[in-house]
Write a protein that binds this ligand. Sequence first.
Ligand code: EPU
Length: 417
Amino acid sequence: MAKYIIEGGRPLRGRVKVSGSKNAALAILAATLLTKETCEISNVPDISDVEIMCKILEDLGAEIERRAKAIKISTRLVKSYRPSPSLVGRMRASVLLMGALLGRFGKVIIPHPGGDLIGPRPIDIHLDGFRSLGAKISFKNNLYFLSSSGLSGQKIIPRQESVTGTENIIMAATSASGKTTLRLAACEPEVEDLINFFKKMGIRIKGGGTHQIEVFGPASPKGVKYAIIPDRIEAGTFAIAAAATKGDVLIEKIRPDHLESFLNKLKEIGVNFKVGKDFLHIKSSPHLRAANIKTAQYPGFATDFQAPISALLTQAKGRSLIFETIFEERLSYISELVKMGAAAKILNPHEAEILGPTKLYGTKLRIHDLRAGATLILAALVASSKSEIHQAEIIDRGYENLEGKLLSLGAKIKRIS
Ligand code: EPU
């Protein structure tokens, strides 16, 4: 098991480039199953979740060439609709193979996806969507069996918004005959990126960043070249790192329009920053104020920022209240922050309070999930002594070369494998 050793207390300074979006890349890679033509996807982040998705696709028969941040993929020879259970068990996003394989073959056999420990992750919205399109579904020996003798377009209103649920339903709908209207669709930029990919492939689809999406099928998607959007969560993580260490960092290659509620919150907290066309400049911010956080679907404050921003709030004056509305177990990092000296408390499974500012001290810490892991790294960068953060591999799932990028900003961080 790898670990990070971090000696905190240094303001981060310099410039850093944001990589491609993890969650957009995972959906788009799965969606390449919908065409037998070759796709060239660029700005793909070099992270372990992408590696797992590529392994699953290769195991199914896809041919993949990877050069730097570009992936050339042909799924022409894919004959199997049974992704490897052991690989699927390693990553939640493998749920996206359901919609893609159902769209390609009209059938799929797949276990419940694995992934981060952030609470129960039901997939009923995905399954209800597939059923509405005409798929038959059974569950036996820990495997879902989905099949259809021809999907047909329908009007679908899920019981609530779901990011991968939306992506899965529209992937399957591309092969359904007639029009599918999905209401209460998720509006996240990663969903919109998948829709833009579809549009480029020649699929007739209306919407993207909207609560209503219309898909006109069946489609014959073409192979295309496509560049993935920047990772908004990585951008925000560096913004917090800069502000919390009272540093000065230029964060480049970002989409500011994907960060609006996050930036509004930084402003409320008193972070000094300037936004440009594709950059965010965090400047020294000596007076940080407490703020209340309530997570919401896009364009609200993203659950993936909830834990990281708490590291910043330990340095802000006053009482901050955190309200996690999306996932059940996303406050696990609070007990680790307390070990570091934070005055933080879990009030109930969804709420926590943080009193600040407090001095943080380095100690031995354990990562529970990706964003909680990023939070502990942020706190360790602030702490006045050495931290040892175990299970560093969890960070590799979603942050490309985090150690190298932080080193280039002057952090004292070492990874020991
Ligand atoms: N939900 C259900 N039933 C379903 C699907 C979702 O009850 O069938 C519930 C979930 O339990 C949750 C809510 O609906 O309470 C919203 O979950 P959603 O389905 O939108 O989440 P997801 O698609 O599983 C994606 C991202 C997550 C991100 C969430 C929320 C991917 C691969 N994952 O998950 O990313 O936190 O949307 O924005 O796109 C991360 O990157 O660290 C991460 C966890």
